[in-house]
Design a protein around this ligand. Structure first.
Ligand code: COA
Length: 203
């Protein structure tokens, strides 16, 4: 794969930009909303209290921002073109399999969240599609492996619209802020599947 980093990506209504510290407090406050984090965050549960404390998180975000423009980082803040307002985040990180990182970097995972006050306008789909197009077309990744809670239809419908194949087996996932494990659909999209779908649309 090509390590081209978090290049600015424009869509019809959005601009995806490499992250800066300016919007991190806002993005953290969105991430701390239960309706955002419940089927999204999978960091260990022991970090629950620490995550909720901005004074503790600030340092972590600040050190993360030092890497925001590195060529092996694929993480964007999502802005509305019209107003310049930040509305969420999308990312494409190295894939994990049963909690273990897969050593091949061209196997990727994906993540996305949009501030609930902006949900339901198709922004999540628009940002996710643009990011994944970039990852396949320009960064030449081989595969995206991902999952979404069965109950989280707004997320897995983005995956299914994009052409991901739902696997037969579901997986029980421990989410950070939920006490009980949750059933997740598992999805795969290879570059062959991606280009087959893209070429069939072009014809
Ligand atoms: C998932 C998320 C990013 C979707 O963002 P969004 O901008 O609200 O979504 P969109 O408007 O692009 O809609 C995406 C699809 O979900 C559907 N959808 C939207 N809200 C829905 C809801 N409440 N219930 C069911 N489907 C819904 C839309 O109809 C659309 O499908 P369609 O193209 O077939 O019509 C957003 O809901 C979110 O941040 N969720 C919390 C974080 C999260 O769970 N991230 C994903 C972890 S796998």
């Amino acid at each position: 794969m090509k390590f081209l980093g978090s290049k600015t990506i424009e869509t019809e209504r959005l601009v995806l930009k490499a992250q800066t510290m300016d919007e991190q407090h806002y993005l953290w406050s969105v991430l701390m909303l239960p309706e955002v984090n419940r089927y999204y965050l999978t960091v260990p549960k022991k970090l629950r209290e620490k995550l909720k404390d901005w004074d503790k998180q600030k340092e972590f975000y600040a050190s993360d921002m030092l890497k925001a423009n590195d060529k092996d980082v694929f993480r964007w803040s999502v802005f509305l073109k019209d107003t310049g307002e930040c509305i969420g985040r999308v990312s494409c990180q190295e894939a994990k399999n049963d909690g273990y990182e897969i050593s091949n970097p061209s196997y990727r995972g994906v993540g996305w969240y949009i501030d609930p006050k902006h949900k339901g306008h198709g922004y999540g789909k628009e940002a996710a599609f643009a990011m994944m197009d970039y990852m396949f077309d320009e960064c030449e990744i081989d595969v995206i492996l991902t999952g979404a809670a069965v109950i989280n239809k707004s997320s897995w419908s983005i995956m299914e619209k994009y052409g991901f194949e739902r696997q037969d087996k579901t997986k029980m996932v421990e989410y950070t802020f939920l006490d009980e494990p949750v059933e997740d659909y598992q999805y795969v999209l290879t570059k062959e599947m991606y280009y087959a779908k893209k070429n069939s649309k072009v014809k």
